[in-house]
Design a protein around this ligand. Sequence first.
Ligand code: ADP
Ligand code: MG
Length: 260
Amino acid sequence: SAVEQTPFTGRFDAVNSGQPRVRVVEMHKSFGPVEVLKGIDLEIANGEVIAIIGPSGSGKSTLLRCLNRLEEVTKGHVYIDDDDITAPKTNLDKVRQRIGMVFQHFNLFPHMTVLENVTLAPREIKGTSKEAANTRGEELLRRVGLDHLMDRRPSQLSGGQKQRVAIARALAMDPEIMLFDEATSALDPEMVGEVLQVIRDLAKSGMTMALVTHEMGFAREVADRVVFMAEGKIVETGTPDELFGNPKESRTQDFLGKVL
Ligand code: ADP
Ligand code: MG
């Protein structure tokens, strides 16, 4: 059908597709004796944007990190389409090509230019030619509004600009799914908007995304679904209107009472 042939099918698929893009089944994660994820079940549809909110220490970052195997799950499974990426023989480079991640701290390479930061992984990991990587890199930097700064070093950029480079760098691997862990938390307030705009554009393009955020207004605006976590569990999931407007669980109500 026309829908299946469109590369970015976006919301239509998110609502209509039966097959989830990401499926987390009975996931547990312990650090030593401490269990920080206590049985997580979560599905993300193709083109869906989910926002994960919850108190500090509730396991949001650990959950995201388990999704692209920056952490190993203790029990349970993560499937992308039909592939169990928690299976022992999984190629981690492939997993991280499929799932891009953007962190609070951008970790750009200081000795490289902006363009070199963006093209490094495609060249080294995918074997993309320098020319092709540069063309794609420039295109992505244009998309985040930074093509005019591609020859600068990270130290010459503002925090918001650095984070936009980090997003372009993640996109350069052509991921199917993007994870954002508090991508705006380390930024000065006046730089938050430009980064949220890039994430918003990505959501509109139909990218499947999970974002951990403290920006409740943004979560409400951009997410198809909001997941509230506390103490290593998903307490409640709903549409933004349901979860922010009419939270059912007392723990959700308490949390929103403090942050809204
Ligand atoms: P959040 O992102 O919601 O603030 P985290 O996932 O970072 O929560 O942390 C959940 C819990 O796991 C916290 O108690 C934290 O101290 C603990 N934790 C996270 N990473 C590690 C680690 N590498 N080793 C030990 N404990 C960790
Ligand atoms: Mg965190």
